[in-house]
Design a protein around this ligand. Sequence first.
Ligand SMILES: Cc1cc2nc3c(=O)[nH]c(=O)nc-3n(C[C@H](O)[C@H](O)[C@H](O)COP(=O)(O)OP(=O)(O)OC[C@H]3O[C@@H](n4cnc5c(N)ncnc54)[C@H](O)[C@@H]3O)c2cc1C
Length: 320
Amino acid sequence: MPTLVYVEDHEGELVKGSLGVLAKAAKLDDDVVAVLCGAGVEGLAEEVGRHGAGRVFVADDPALEAPLPQPRVDVLAKLVESEGFDTVLFGASVLTADVAAGLAGRLDAGLNWDLVDLERQNGKLVGKRPALQDTVIVDVGWKSEPRLALIRSGTFEPSEAGGSAEVTKVPVEIQDWSKQATMVEQAHEESQGPSIEEAEVIVAGGRGLGGPENFTLVEELAKALGGAVGATRAVVDAGWYPYSTQVGQTGKTVSPKLYVACGISGAIQHKVGMQSSGVIVAINKDPNAPIFEFADLGVVGDVHEIVPKLTELVRARKGG
Ligand SMILES: Cc1cc2nc3c(=O)[nH]c(=O)nc-3n(C[C@H](O)[C@H](O)[C@H](O)COP(=O)(O)OP(=O)(O)OC[C@H]3O[C@@H](n4cnc5c(N)ncnc54)[C@H](O)[C@@H]3O)c2cc1C
C-alpha cells in the first residue's frame, strides 16, 4: 500500500518541511501519494508532483480555508479508509501536530512524533527519534496500520525532481462537530527578511552578546548576508529576543547552508537544532567552548569586535 504525505500550504505556498518529508518518502517507496487540503489549493498540485508525488489528492473547499485541524481530519480519515493507505506522514508544524493527533484518535492509529529519520529495515518502516534530551537516537515502530508519523521540522530537504502527478479531486464532507471551532482572528508577527525555517543563512546570537541591545550586531550581519536571525534558549528565556527565533531541542530545527553562531556555547540542546547546517561558523571568546567541537570554522575572539568587522567585510564584498 502506498504512503500518504500531507503537504501543508501557507498563504498560497507549499511549506518546505512537508516537501522535505515528501522527498524522503519518495526515496523510501516508489509509490508516494500526497494530499493537499485548503481553499484555492488546486493550483499547487503540479508543484507537489514536481517534488516527488506520483499522485496528488486535492481537497479544495472554502470549509478548509482556516488552518483548523478537525475539517482536515475528516478529509484524511475518509481518504485513508477509502484508499487503504498504510502510512501517513506529516512535516511537524503547529497545524499538523493537531491534525496528526486528531487522525490518530479518529482511526485508532499509532502516532510517532518528533522523528528525525525514517528507514526500511527488512522492508519494515522504522522511525528514528531523539530521546534523553536528544543525547541518543532510538528506533521506533508501529504495532498496527495505518502508521502515522510527525517529522521534526527542517529534517529533510525538498527535492524538485521534475515529475508530474496524476491529480484527483476529493469530495469534502465536514462533520458537524468539526465545524464547532471557527477562526476568529489571525495575527501576523511583523518581521523582515526570510523566516528562520526557510533561510539559507542564519546568524544566531547567544548570551555572549552581553545584552539584548547587542542583538543589533547579529541583525546587521544577518542583513548583510541576506539571512535570518536565530537565538539560544538562554537569551529568549531572558527576554532578549522573541521565542519564535529559538533554535534547538525545544525550539526550531534548522538546516541553512550557513549558520553563524555568535557568543553561543554549543550546548547539546542547541546543537540538535542546527547541527545539520551546511557550514557552521562559531565566534566565541572561550577556546574551549563546546561549539568549536562541531563548528567547521571557529574564530576565538570577542563578538563585539569580530561581528562588526565581519559585517563590514561582507558589505564591502557585496558592494564591490
Ligand atoms: C530540556 C532543555 C531544553 C533546552 N532547549 C534548548 C533549545 O531549544 N535551544 C537552546 O539554545 N538551548 C536549550 N536549552 C538550554 C541549553 O542547555 C543552554 O543553556 C543554552 O543553549 C545556552 O545558551 P547560550 O549559548 O546563549 O549561553 P551560554 O551557555 O551561557 O554561552 C555563552 C557563550 O558565550 C561566550 N561568550 C561570552 N562573552 C563573549 C564575548 N564577548 N564574545 C564571544 N563569546 C562570548 C561564552 O564563552 C559562552 O561559550 C535547553 C535546556 C534544557 C535542559
